[in-house]
Structure formats: structure tokens, C-alpha cells
Design a protein around this ligand. Structure first.
Ligand SMILES: NC(=O)c1ccc[n+]([C@@H]2O[C@H](COP(=O)([O-])OP(=O)(O)OC[C@H]3O[C@@H](n4cnc5c(N)ncnc54)[C@H](O)[C@@H]3O)[C@@H](O)[C@H]2O)c1
Length: 247
């Protein structure tokens, strides 16, 4: 199977770090015209992509980013990958101590941002009769979250529900919508902090308890995303694909 995105316009929302960065690099090396968006302008500097600094929680900024990308490419967006999210530096607290603003902040970037980005690319994809949307959810949305953060588990389950519902709605227009659910990876400061909070025994156990006996990488996630974004996945929609090295 030789997947190429030659001439296709691919938007990566949340592109500066970790998994998003790996996805940008994977699409770029397969010929895609990549549009990278993130709030961290400096950290996008080295990416082989058109780069836009934006807040993905803001509808007008998301709409302007999509319109600008379509104008530069001269075609509708072929592929949207929504990666932005994470736990925003938060740690687990008992339910009764969780601040409402903290709850909303995690829902906003992980779930509402995905909704806004899908909403912005859908008209162009519909007009063309083809499109691919892939949302980066998490094992936290299928089971419970290692982080213990209620909003994170809820937002990631929400992304999986959004992919399922949009897959149904947009299928007749030639658009597929799927989610990829990574397991734990040491990709960024938040995840490094989480890893460092574990005992050496727990750290070793995380590898030993992974069927493939290794840690996952951003490339592992990128490979799943590229399959779902390719023509080979035309009959797959509304699904969630776990990429965790375990059943
Ligand atoms: N690393 C893991 O263990 C793991 C596991 C499962 C799922 N995920 C998910 O994978 C995705 C990527 O996470 P990651 O591991 O690469 O690290 P990360 O959390 O650092 O990546 C998130 C990216 O989104 C960007 N971002 C955050 N808020 C934004 C906003 N309002 N506007 C624009 N950009 C914003 C960040 O700057 C960053 O580049 C996240 O959705 C995360 O929840 C990660």
C-alpha cells in the first residue's frame, strides 16, 4: 500500500508539538500541501508547512484560517486532522473541588475546537463531494483516563461521539469522519510531568503491559491518520481506531 497525498490540501489543527508535529511531517513527506495551525507560533517555525498562529477555540479565527488556506491552495480542504487538546497543565482533583472554568477550558480545546474546525471545512468538502476528517481522541474517551481528570475523559469521549455523528451526517456528501485514540506517549511537558509522577515500577509496567512491548510514537498515530485520510479508507466512517500497541 503506497499512500500519497500529492497535491492535496491538509489542515493540521494543533501542529506545534508531539503528535501534531509528527502528523505534519508524515503528510508533508507524502506530498501534501500542509497547513499547520497552533497557538505556539515559535514552536511551528521548523515545520514544512504553511503556518498560522491561532486560538482554535475561537470560531472567527478558525473560519479565517480555513478560508485563507483554501485561498492559498485554490481548492477546498481535502483533509482536516484535529489534534489540539490535552490537559492544559491541570492535575486530578476530587469532583467537588474541580473549578468550572478548568472544566470548560479542557472541553473547549479538545471538543468545541474539533466541532468548530469540522464546521469550517464542511462546506468546501461538500461542494467538492469528498473529504476526510480525523479527530485525535484518546483511550481516555473509551475507558477511564490515567490522568484522573473528569473533563479530559468527557471531552475525549465527546470527540468519539462527534466523529460518529458527523460520519452519519456527512457520509452522503463523500466525507468520512473518524477518530484515532492514542495511548500514553511522552510527547510534551504535560505528559512528561505525568510520567515523572509514576514510580519506576509503574513506568516499567507501562511498557511490560503493552502487548507490543514498546512505547508509542507520534509516527504510530500519523500512520493510522494517513490510512483513514486515504482513499483506502473510503468505506470507513464514524469509527474510533485505538493505536496503543495493545488489544
Ligand atoms: N501524549 C499522549 O499521551 C496522548 C494520549 C492520548 C491522546 N492524546 C491527545 O493527542 C493530542 C496531541 O497531544 P500531544 O501529546 O501531541 O501533546 P500536546 O498536548 O502538547 O499537544 C497539543 C497541541 O495543541 C496545541 N493547542 C492547545 N490549545 C490550543 C488552542 N487553544 N489553540 C491552538 N492550539 C492549541 C498545543 O500548543 C499543542 O501543540 C491531544 O488532543 C491529546 O489529548 C495524547
Amino acid at each position: 500500500m503506497n499512500i500519497t497525498f500529492e497535491g492535496q490540501s491538509v489542515l493540521i489543527a494543533g501542529a506545534a508539538r508531539g503528535i501534531g508535529r509528527g502528523i505534519v511531517e508524515s503528510f508533508a513527506t507524502r506530498g501534501a500541501n500542509v497547513f499547520a495551525g497552533d497557538r505556539l507560533a515559535d514552536e511551528m517555525a521548523g515545520l514544512a508547512a504553511h503556518k498560522t498562529a491561532l486560538d482554535l477555540r475561537d470560531k472567527s479565527q478558525v473560519q479565517a484560517w480555513v478560508a485563507g488556506s483554501e485561498a492559498i491552495a485554490g481548492r477546498p480542504v481535502d483533509v482536516l486532522v484535529y489534534v489540539a487538546g490535552g490537559v492544559l497543565g491541570q492535575s486530578a482533583k476530587p469532583l467537588e473541588e474541580v473549578d468550572e472554568a478548568d472544566w470548560r477550558a479542557i472541553l473547549d480545546v479538545n471538543l468545541t475546537g474539533a466541532f468548530l474546525a469540522a464546521q469550517a471545512v464542511a462546506p468546501g468538502m461538500k461542494a467538492r463531494g469528498k473529504g476526510r476528517i480525523v479527530l485525535i481522541a484518546s483511550g481516555a474517551g473509551l475507558r477511564t483516563s490515567l490522568t484522573g481528570i473528569q473533563a479530559y475523559a468527557s471531552a475525549k469521549a465527546g470527540e468519539i461521539g462527534l466523529a460518529r455523528q458527523l460520519g452519519q451526517e456527512l457520509g452522503p456528501f463523500g466525507i468520512t469522519v473518524n477518530a484515532v485514540a492514542p495511548g500514553f506517549q511522552r510527547t510534551s511537558p504535560d505528559y512528561e510531568r505525568q510520567w515523572n509522577s509514576y514510580s519506576p515500577e509503574r513506568q516499567a509496567g507501562m511498557i511490560e503491559n503493552t502487548a507490543r512491548r514498546r512505547a508509542g510514537t507520534p509516527q504510530d498515530i500519523a500512520h493510522a491518520v494517513m490510512f483513514l485520510a486515504s482513499d483506502y479508507a473510503d468505506f470507513i466512517t464514524g469509527q474510533v481506531l485505538s493505536v496503543t500497541g495493545s488489544p
